[in-house]
Ligand binder design. Structure first.
Ligand SMILES: Cc1cc2nc3c(=O)[nH]c(=O)nc-3n(C[C@H](O)[C@H](O)[C@H](O)COP(=O)(O)OP(=O)(O)OC[C@H]3O[C@@H](n4cnc5c(N)ncnc54)[C@H](O)[C@@H]3O)c2cc1C
Ligand code: SF4
Length: 405
């Protein structure tokens, strides 16, 4: 039965040292929001949530609540923790279309934001709200990044992104779609054209490969490529997914919704990296989890595995020599992602780690003066709330930088 959010708000103890806020990566002021909500100051609560976290309406839906706010509620020690995110969802959803930016003092400085995932959107909103003239450059034909092309619609309705797009318009943010920076236009060109600072939030879009034979067969796909356009794939009835992270869970659940009848997820050790919630939903959808299998190669008939040799903790320490074919109509590889290297290749002095992630200082500034970065392109694949938190900090540092230069 769905909870009633007023009852839920009334259960909150409004702790003096709220563990929910402490373990929320963007430190949402939970007790303050609850107090405003109880006083029926819902729009004020919405504004406070939005000012702290422009992605609040999205985080309330997709955060790993068990590991963050809900999982640390003190009421959960002996009973049922408060489901604050349901209150956040109601409040932030109601606020989104009603937000009217007022009394913004224009700064007469132009800022470029590369990428329109949660990092780019957060940076753009924070900067525009503070009077900067913001242009977003997005290589796809729609905004949202992994919110649109990764997280499936049945978990996060895409209509939310259209509402964010309207909000950006009200803030005066300009959006240039179908424009890859590092292609025809480069970071140098943006400085040439008068952008004072540049924010990079380009995420991680290059699927990791397994480096095994068979990866280029017609029946093999990468997880994030499949999720981008599941309707354009014909997976057949039996699908083998290599990997047991959150992306693999979304792949499995999406495959079931597009006609698959048997979806198996394989892990080479005894662990899954997905959150327990995502796993339980995938299990309810009918996914089969198979542990301790190391992939050897992929054939048109399906993947070939050997049994893994595991230590007492279930970690991989070796692989047995016998091989076994698992019959499948298609194979999906979902073993994480890394960044594409267009920006590093096209920008002098822009440095990355050995994995191609951008190197930044404590203010989020990259190795190029005036170019800041945050989100997955800096940390590797994390979460929406982590991207929003880092982008907010970087946007604040950009504003300090622009005041000084
Ligand atoms: C399948 C899947 C499910 C997930 N589920 C969850 C979840 O339930 N909860 C959660 O919190 N997180 C989840 N995540 C993670 C979350 O989506 C990411 O951590 C987050 O989107 C990262 O934000 P970002 O802005 O750094 O990058 P992205 O969202 O990747 O956005 C980057 C944007 O930059 C654009 N871009 C890239 N290069 C260029 C360029 N050179 N020029 C112009 N534009 C460019 C891209 O097109 C994209 O729009 C999931 C991820 C995936 C893949
Ligand atoms: S932002 Fe995420 S972790 Fe923080 S309170 Fe909201 S739902 Fe919980």
């Amino acid at each position: 039965m769905p909870i009633h959010i007023e009852n839920e708000a009334n259960r909150c103890l409004t702790c003096k040292v709220p563990m929910c806020s402490k373990f929320c990566p963007i430190h949402t002021p939970v007790p303050e929001i609850i107090k405003l909500f109880r006083e029926k100051k819902v729009m004020q609560a919405g504004e406070e949530l939005f000012m702290n976290n422009p992605m609040s309406a999205i985080c309330a839906i997709v955060c790993n609540h068990e590991a963050q706010c809900r999982g640390h509620c003190v009421l959960g020690r002996k009973g049922t923790p408060v489901q604050f995110y349901e209150i956040e969802k109601f409040v932030s959803d109601g606020f989104l279309d009603r937000y009217r930016p007022e009394n913004i003092e224009k700064k007469d400085k132009r800022v470029a934001v590369i990428g329109s995932g949660p990092a780019g959107l957060t940076a753009a909103i924070v900067l525009a709200r503070n009077g900067y003239d913001v242009t977003i450059f997005e290589r796809k034909n729609e905004i949202g990044g992994m919110l649109r092309y990764g997280i499936p619609d049945f978990r996060l309705p895409k209509s939310l992104l259209a509402r964010y797009q309207k909000l950006l318009k009200r803030l005066g943010v300009q959006i240039r779609l179908n424009t890859t920076i590092g292609g025809a236009l480069r970071i140098d060109n943006l400085f040439r054209d008068g952008y004072s600072t540049i924010f990079v939030g380009t995420g991680v879009w290059r699927p990791n490969t397994l480096g095994i034979e068979g990866e280029s067969l017609a029946s093999v796909h990468f997880g994030i490529s499949y999720l981008e356009n599941p309707g354009h794939h014909e997976l057949g009835k039996t699908v083998a997914v290599i990997g047991m992270g959150n992306v693999a869970m979304d792949v499995a659940r999406t495959a079931f919704r597009h006609g698959a009848e048997h979806v198996m997820l394989f892990s080479r050790d005894n662990h899954a990296t997905a959150s327990s919630h995502e796993m339980s939903y995938a299990e309810l959808d009918g996914t089969e989890f198979i542990y301790g299998k190391t992939i050897r190669r992929i054939t048109p008939e399906g993947p070939i595995f050997s049994d893994s040799i595991l230590d007492e903790e279930g970690n991989l320490i070796g692989v047995k020599s016998e091989e076994e074919l698992v019959k499948a109509d298609s194979v999906i590889i979902a073993v994480s992602q890394g960044p594409k290297d267009k920006l590093i290749m096209s920008t002098e002095h822009l440095e990355g780690t050995s994995k191609g992630l951008l190197i930044t200082d404590e203010n989020g500034m990259t190795t190029v003066e005036g170019v800041f970065a945050a989100g997955d392109v800096v940390t590797g694949p994390l979460t929406v709330v982590h991207a929003a938190e880092a982008a907010k900090k970087a946007a604040e540092a950009m504003m300090r930088y622009m005041e000084e230069h």
